[in-house]
Design a binder for this molecule. Structure first.
Ligand code: NAP
Length: 256
């Protein structure tokens, strides 16, 4: 990816940070977006630079009025008139709980951050995006599972999967591929405490074909593949990056 440029939203920590570091290791100059955690974004930039790569941190609170313009003022400054090759929509708000407790304000915020922001980021990025470029949006296995505590969150991820499918058909004429990546339970600094509660990691591993929790790097590697030339013939897809979470009964693992 030498000579290419990438924008990764939500790259101040977790999966987005791992994606930014991975794309930079492949040679891309990465715009490291953050919402509030500037120190986290600067840590991402620092790690990229220590590895010999190039990166710039740009802040913009997604979901706020003017979010996309704020973001692209920074992106265009970082690109210095050059094109964008890879757009990774990773930033998202977490699940807001089951239907019984979700407020209209929480529901609206989820859709503003998880759906409206990536949609208009893509719209704003398109004139900058080089023909043959890549658009990758991070979804979730929540779209193929019936988890009552994630109904509204899963709805937002279903929306971006549909967006990716239809955009793939529209943007194919420019050689731009559009895909989604769906992580399963993935350990990050933000959710690490959840997985450290007694029995939780074991429960999830026991429901995962590959028998462990995911790590941010597991997802970043899949994004790097989709961003690479090797994935030039893959578009309009949702690529599961969950290690096979909740594929079905694990009779062999249970000794049955
Ligand atoms: P995370 O650790 O919570 O990090 C979220 C990132 O998004 C942060 O960099 C945060 O930036 C940014 N962000 C969130 N809301 C924002 C807003 N309103 N404006 C601007 N930036 C915002 O998340 P993660 O676990 O790495 O998840 C990354 C992606 O994978 C998300 O799309 C998530 O839905 C998906 N996913 C994760 C899992 C999992 O188990 N971790 C499972 C399925 C899907 P600041 O902190 O700077 O505000």
């Amino acid at each position: 990816m030498d000579g290419r440029t990438a924008l990764v939203t939500g790259a101040s920590r977790g999966i987005g940070q791992a994606i930014a570091i991975r794309l930079a290791a492949e040679g891309a100059m990465v715009v490291v977006h953050f919402g509030t955690d500037k120190d986290g974004a600067l840590a991402t930039v620092g790690e990229i630079e220590r590895g010999g790569g190039r990166a710039v941190a740009v802040g913009a609170e997604l979901g706020a009025d003017g979010d996309v313009e704020t973001l692209f003022a920074g992106v265009e400054a970082a690109l210095a008139g050059g094109p964008l090759d890879i757009l990774v929509n990773n930033a998202a708000a977490p699940p807001a709980g089951p239907m019984g407790v979700t407020t209209p304000a929480e529901f609206d915020r989820l859709f503003r951050v998880n759906v409206r922001a990536p949609y208009f980021i893509i719209q704003r990025a398109l004139p900058l995006l080089r023909d043959g470029g890549r658009i990758i949006t991070i979804s979730s296995v929540a779209t193929r599972m019936a988890n009552p505590v994630q109904t509204s969150f899963a709805m937002t991820k279903g929306a971006v999967e549909t967006m990716s499918l239809t955009l793939a058909n529209e943007l194919g004429a420019r050689g731009i591929t559009v895909n989604a990546v769906a992580p399963g339970a993935t350990r990050t600094p933000a959710n690490g405490a959840v997985f450290e509660a007694p029995g939780v990691a074991e429960l999830i591993a026991g429901s995962t074909a590959l028998d462990r929790l995911g790590e941010a790097g597991d997802v970043a590697d899949v994004v790097a593949f989709l961003a690479s030339d090797a994935a030039r013939w893959v578009t309009g897809q949702v690529i599961d990056a969950s290690g096979g979470l909740f594929l079905g009964p694990r009779l062999q693992a249970a000794g049955a």
